[in-house]
Design a protein around this ligand. Structure first.
Ligand code: PLP
Length: 460
């Protein structure tokens, strides 16, 4: 850890104010209030700098959003230039140049078949938009409307956000069960969590039998299902559950066979994270809807988009009095500052060939993580590009987890912090998801910090 000269921040005051005033997301608040928060005051490259000048590698890209590093002059400049013109105007009845340019730029790199873009603000809203559009599409489809298609199929361990529709799709008991009375029912298919295969099979001899559960549901209820919602290639918040090759493709084929639409949620995987601009490209998937957010602005400002095919969009055309309109929109939809940041981020992708670098770094990360596979408390290591998860277990032979009360994931992540790396685990899965601009030496430091944290917490 390096130190900067003393900063102008009064840590004691900020700490006391935060602990008495702020309710933090996904945070056990009693523990937070009793602690001393890390206050991030600045960012530089792949590092976060706290209010006392301590530097840390941003090992989770500020919750999976940062792409090209912090304080990138090109993105800073694009936002400042846009700020000198206008900060915000509405997309309801008006439009703006950065939103128009970004729509064209995104659609030119999106999976084939997507030709329209609907802006919103966060990953959750991008998913909500897709759900509502899919339902309304079936009601208004010409010449053969199917109003009975109102259901959705989602997967065990899925995570699609925290708004009610997105939570309805969610398959993570710990997060979602409490809200069940508010949620609409969803058909739940098995996922390809090979380390904990629900069918007790061993990969790769399984033949993707897990996909058969989606097939059975769709054969039984397909004519009532509007869409299948899937995180292509890897379920992120579910625990970095990287799918075996062919699983996502198989699910899409099963959906197509029943005439069911496909919503690809690339909120986590979009914008280069898996080594392709979109994870759909890995298996040549052409979804009807693509939900993106997080990395879209390089991690600078909230912005999301739902990309759709012309066929979906056409079902919403008609005279105003026909009420085929999509009645949905948010105050900051298509925000010009965010769109300007997104355009600058896409320019860096082109100028620096970010995708090629991600593939090199991903191979380096795989090599760095390999020795950890032998650790007595590492059950599984899963990776797709520059997103990886290390599943810690109490007993490797039985794959039994540590008791939940041990909070092993949180403790390892905290220990890594003392080695200069910020991490945020998912339960007992240690997540590595740095900015795509991460350097080789920084990746090494991340893996060393995790190894040290594991040693300190587990004693081996
Ligand atoms: N979908 C996926 C796959 C995600 O990983 C997330 C967030 O982690 C979301 C949706 C929700 O995004 P947001 O937190 O921006 O609402």
């Amino acid at each position: 850890m390096h130190s900067n000269p003393a900063s102008a921040w009064d840590h004691e005051r900020l700490s006391a104010l935060d602990r008495s005033r702020i309710w933090h997301p996904f945070t056990p608040m009693a523990e937070w209030i009793a602690g001393d928060p890390l206050v991030i005051a600045r960012g530089e490259g792949n590092e976060l700098i706290d209010d006392r000048g301590q530097r840390y590698i941003d090992g989770v890209a500020s919750l999976w959003v940062n792409i090209h590093g912090h304080a990138r002059p090109e993105i800073d400049r694009a936002i400042a230039e846009q700020l000198s013109r206008i900060a915000h105007s509405t997309m309801l009845g008006l439009t703006n140049p950065p939103a128009i340019e970004l729509a064209d730029a995104l659609l030119s790199i999106a999976p084939r078949g997507l030709s329209r873009i609907f802006y919103s603000d966060d990953g959750s809203t991008a998913v909500e938009v897709a759900l509502k559009m899919a339902l309304q599409y079936w009601r208004q489809r010409r010449p053969d409307p199917r109003p009975e298609r109102t259901g959705f199929l989602a997967f065990r361990h899925a995570y699609h956000g925290d708004t009610i529709g997105a939570v309805s799709l969610g398959g993570i008991e710990r997060f979602h069960e409490i809200f069940r009375p508010l949620l609409f029912p969803v058909e739940r298919a098995e996922t390809a969590y090979c380390y904990r295969c629900a069918l007790g099979l061993s990969h790769p001899a399984c033949g993707l039998a897990c996909a058969e559960s989606a097939r059975a549901i769709l054969e039984r209820a397909g004519d009532r299902i509007a869409a299948v919602v899937i995180e292509p290639a890897i379920q992120a918040a579910g625990g970095m559950i990287a799918f075996p090759p062919g699983f996502t493709r198989r699910i899409v084929e099963i959906a197509r066979a029943q005439g069911v639409l496909v919503i690809a949620d690339e909120v986590a995987t979009g914008f280069g994270r898996t080594g392709r601009m979109f994870a759909c490209e890995r298996e040549g998937i052409e979804p009807d809807f693509l939900a993106v957010a997080k990395g879209i602005t390089g991690g600078y400002l909230p912005l999301a988009a739902t990309l759709v095919t012309e066929e979906i969009h056409d079902a919403f055309l008609g005279r105003p009095e026909d009420l085929r309109t999509f009645f949905h929109g948010h105050s900051y939809t298509g925000n010009p500052l965010a769109c300007a940041a997104a355009l600058a981020s896409l320019a860096i992708f082109r100028e620096e060939d970010t995708l090629a670098r991600v593939r090199i770094r991903a191979a380096e990360l795989e090599r760095l993580l390999a020795p950890l596979r032998d650790h007595p408390h590492v059950g599984d290591i899963r990776q797709a590009g520059l997103m990886a998860g290390i599943e810690i277990v109490g007993d490797r032979a039985t794959r039994a987890p540590f008791p939940a009360a041990d909070r092993i994931g949180v403790r390892v992540a905290h220990a890594a912090r003392d080695h200069g790396v910020i991490l945020r685990p998912l339960g007992d899965v240690i997540v590595i998801l740095p900015p795509l601009s991460i350097r080789s030496d920084e990746l090494e430091r991340i893996v060393h910090a995790i190894a040290a944290g594991l040693r300190e917490v587990t004693g081996v």
